[in-house]
Ligand binder design. Structure first.
Ligand code: N01
Length: 560
C-alpha cells in the first residue's frame, strides 16, 4: 500500500543565511516549513568555506541580520570583518535563539523536484530516499555553493593532500613543515595565501590572473565601538536599504575626470588608508562606467603594489591588467602583497609559466616540477546556476530547469523562472545578489517571498508563475544596465566566464539594491504585476480550476 505523502507549505533548501531566515519568516507567517541541508550543521557558505583566513569582506554591522533588534543588540561581534568561524557561531546562535533547528533535516540533499501541475505541488525527492510534497519550493542554495574544479590534467594522480576552499574538511589539516601550493588568486586564494605564509615550510602561489587587493584594515572591536554601532543601527540599516550596494555608503556623483590630480590622489590615499571593499568604487560616480576614470584607480593601486613588493620581477607579475578595477570582485587583505617579500613564498605566473599537469609529487609547469605536500584549489564556483542545475528540477510539461537555462539563466526579478511555478529563487540570477550586501539582499528577497505567499493564501491563489514577456523584458533590462558599465570587460564569474562551456550572460542585476527593492515593492503593490496568478475555484472539491490571469501577459519588468 502506498504511503500518504505529507504536504507542507514550503520546502526550503539550505541552512545558511538565506535558509535560516526563510524558515523563520515563513513559519512566523503561519506556513509549515521543512528544510533540508546537505551538511551536518548550520552555516551554508560559512560551513563549507572553513579554509584558513576565510572571512567576510563586509563589515559585521552590515553583513548580519537586521530583522531583530534584540539579536543586533545581544550579539557581540569580535572583529570588524568576522571570520568564517565567528559567522558560523552567529548563525548557530540565530538557529537556537529562534528555534529553527526543528525544521531542518541535516545530512540530506534535495536530489529532484518535480512540479505536479494537476495539484500545483512540488514533489521533492531527497537523498534519504523519501519524497515530500510542498506547495512552494524555496531553494536557498546560495550563488556560490558548487565548487568549480581547476580543469587541470592529472589532478587525481596527486599523492599529497588536496582540498578545494569551498569544501574545506571539518578536521583542520596541519600545515607546519609542509610545501603547499595554492592554485587561484581570487578572494579565497588571497585569504589562504596571507594566512598560510609563514605557517608552512614553503608556499607556492599559482596565479593565472593578478587581482586588485586593497587593505582590509581589519581590527578587533572594543566595547565602545560596539556600543557606538548599536546606537546607530536603525539609521544604518535604513540607509543601506536605499543605497546601491546595500551598505550605508551612498555613491558619489562627480566624475574622476573633473577632479585635479591632487584631489584624486588625496581621495585614493584616503580610500587606501580607511579601506573597505567599496572604498575606491565610492570615490567617484564613474569608476565603474568610464575607462579613463577606472584606469586612474587601477594605476593608483598598481603604484602601491610596486611600493610594497621589493623584487621587481615579482612585483611586475602581481600587477593587475586586462580588466577594469572592480569588474572582478576586488579582494581585501592587509598583508597579501607583502608576503611575497618572504623567502618562503614564491609566485608562479601561469601566463608565462603554465601548468602542464599535476603529477603524484606536485605540479609540473613549463619550467619543471614543483614538489608539494599539499595542494589547495581556490578555483572558485559554478556561480548562480550551479546549485539548482545539480538538482533535477522539472517544471511545467516536465521541462528541466537546466534545459531552460542552457543558453543562459532567465528569471523575472531574480525571483521566479517562467515555467517553474511556485518556486522562488532566493537571490537568484537577475537580482542584485552578490553585487550588493548579501545579508541585506537575502532579507529583502525572503520578506518579499513571505509576503507574496501570504497574499496568495489570502486570495486562494494556488499558483504563481512569471509571465514570459515580463521575464524577457526583465532579463533584457539586466543586460541593458550592465552594458552601461565596464563589467562586461572582465572574464568574471558574474557572467559565467570562469566555467568552461557555460553560456556567458551577465547574471546579477546592477541597477542597485535600493532601486531593485523599490521595483519589487511596486510589483507586489500592483497585485504582482508581471506574474501569472491562478486562483483555485474548488466549490465541488474536484479538480476544478479556473485560470485567473490577475496579471496579464506582456506586463514588463520595466526599467528602474
Ligand atoms: O573564486 P574566484 P573565489 N588554473 O572565481 C583561478 C566570494 N568570496 O572562491 O581569474 C589556474 O573569484 C582564477 O583565475 P582567473 C566573492 O564574491 C568572498 O576566490 O579565472 N587558475 C581565479 O584566480 C568572490 O568573488 C570572500 O584567470 C584557475 C581563482 O582561481 C567569490 O566568492 C572570500 C583555474 C578563482 O577566483 C569567488 O571567490 C571568498 C585553473 N584551471 C569568496 N581555474 C570574502 O568575503 C580558476 N582559476 C572575503
Amino acid at each position: 500500500m502506498s504511503q500518504e505523502v505529507k504536504i507542507v507549505d514550503a520546502v526550503v533548501i539550505g541552512a545558511g543565511f538565506a535558509g535560516l531566515y526563510a524558515i523563520k519568516r515563513l513559519r512566523d507567517a503561519g506556513f509549515s516549513v521543512q528544510a533540508f541541508e546537505a551538511g551536518d550543521g548550520i552555516g551554508g557558505t560559512w560551513y563549507w568555506n572553513h579554509y584558513p583566513g576565510a572571512r567576510v569582506d563586509l563589515e559585521c554591522w552590515d553583513y548580519s541580520y537586521s530583522f531583530s533588534s534584540e539579536l543586533q543588540d545581544e550579539w557581540e561581534w569580535s572583529q570588524r570583518y568576522p571570520s568564517a568561524q565567528e559567522l558560523m557561531a552567529y548563525l548557530e546562535h540565530v538557529a537556537d535563539r529562534f528555534k529553527l533547528r526543528q525544521q531542518i533535516q541535516f545530512n540530506t540533499r534535495v536530489e529532484a523536484a518535480e512540479f505536479i501541475e494537476a495539484d500545483n505541488l512540488w514533489l521533492v525527492r531527497t537523498s534519504d530516499g523519501k519524497t515530500r510534497k510542498a506547495r512552494f519550493l524555496v531553494p536557498a542554495t546560495g550563488g556560490l555553493s558548487v565548487p568549480k574544479p581547476p580543469e587541470i590534467p592529472g589532478i587525481e594522480t596527486f599523492r599529497g593532500e588536496a582540498y578545494h576552499t569551498g569544501r574545506w574538511p571539518r578536521q583542520e589539516p596541519t600545515y607546519e613543515g609542509k610545501r603547499i601550493g595554492v592554485i587561484g588568486t581570487g578572494s579565497s586564494g588571497v585569504q589562504v595565501v596571507h594566512s598560510l605564509a609563514g605557517k608552512c615550510k614553503h608556499l607556492t602561489v599559482f596565479q593565472r590572473t593578478a587581482v586588485f587587493v586593497v587593505p582590509a584594515k581589519n581590527h578587533p572591536l572594543t566595547p565602545e565601538m560596539r556600543q557606538r554601532a548599536r546606537a546607530t543601527y536603525a539609521e544604518r540599516r535604513s540607509l543601506s536599504r536605499i543605497t546601491r550596494f546595500g551598505i550605508p555608503a551612498p555613491m558619489a556623483n562627480e566624475s574622476a575626470l573633473d577632479a585635479t590630480p591632487e584631489e584624486r590622489r588625496a581621495k585614493f590615499e584616503n580610500a587606501w588608508i580607511n579601506s573597505q571593499l567599496l572604498g575606491f568604487r565610492q570615490c567617484y560616480g564613474d569608476i565603474l562606467a568610464n575607462d579613463e576614470s577606472n584606469e586612474m584607480v587601477a594605476e593608483f593601486i598598481r603604484s602601491k603594489i610596486r611600493e610594497i613588493v621589493k623584487d621587481p620581477e615579482t612585483s611586475r607579475k602581481l600587477l593587475p591588467y586586462g580588466f577594469p578595477f572592480g569588474t572582478k570582485r576586488p579582494c581585501l587583505s592587509d598583508t597579501y602583497y607583502s608576503v611575497f617579500n618572504r623567502d618562503d613564498v614564491s609566485l608562479v605566473d601561469l601566463k608565462s609559466t603554465p601548468i602542464v599537469r599535476i603529477v603524484p609529487k606536485g605540479v609540473e609547469t613549463s619550467e619543471g616540477l614543483i614538489e608539494l605536500d599539499m595542494l589547495i584549489y581556490a578555483t572558485g564556483y559554478d556561480a548562480f546556476t550551479g546549485a539548482l542545475s545539480h538538482i533535477d528540477v522539472r517544471g511545467v510539461g516536465g521541462r528541466k530547469l537546466s534545459d531552460k537555462w542552457a543558453a543562459g539563466a532567465k528569471t523575472y526579478l531574480g525571483l521566479v523562472a517562467q515555467g517553474f511555478p511556485n518556486l522562488f529563487t532566493v537571490t537568484g540570477p537577475g537580482s542584485p545578489g552578490p553585487l550588493a550586501n548579501m545579508a541585506m539582499s537575502i532579507e529583502q528577497h525572503v520578506d518579499w517571498i513571505a509576503d507574496c505567499m501570504t497574499y496568495l493564501r489570502a486570495n486562494r491563489i494556488t499558483r504563481i508563475d512569471a509571465d514570459k514577456g515580463a521575464e524577457e523584458n526583465w532579463m533584457q533590462h539586466v543586460q541593458d544596465v550592465v552594458s552601461r558599465t565596464l563589467y562586461e570587460k572582465a572574464n568574471s564569474w558574474y557572467r559565467g566566464a570562469n566555467v568552461p562551456g557555460k553560456p556567458q550572460l551577465f547574471l546579477p542585476y546592477l541597477g542597485g539594491h535600493g532601486n531593485y527593492r523599490k521595483k519589487c515593492e511596486e510589483v507586489a503593490a500592483a497585485g504582482y504585476l508581471g506574474f501569472v496568478l491562478t486562483r483555485e475555484t474548488t466549490a465541488t472539491g474536484m479538480a476544478d480550476k479556473a485560470a485567473s490571469r490577475i496579471a496579464a501577459a506582456g506586463l514588463a519588468g520595466g526599467a528602474v
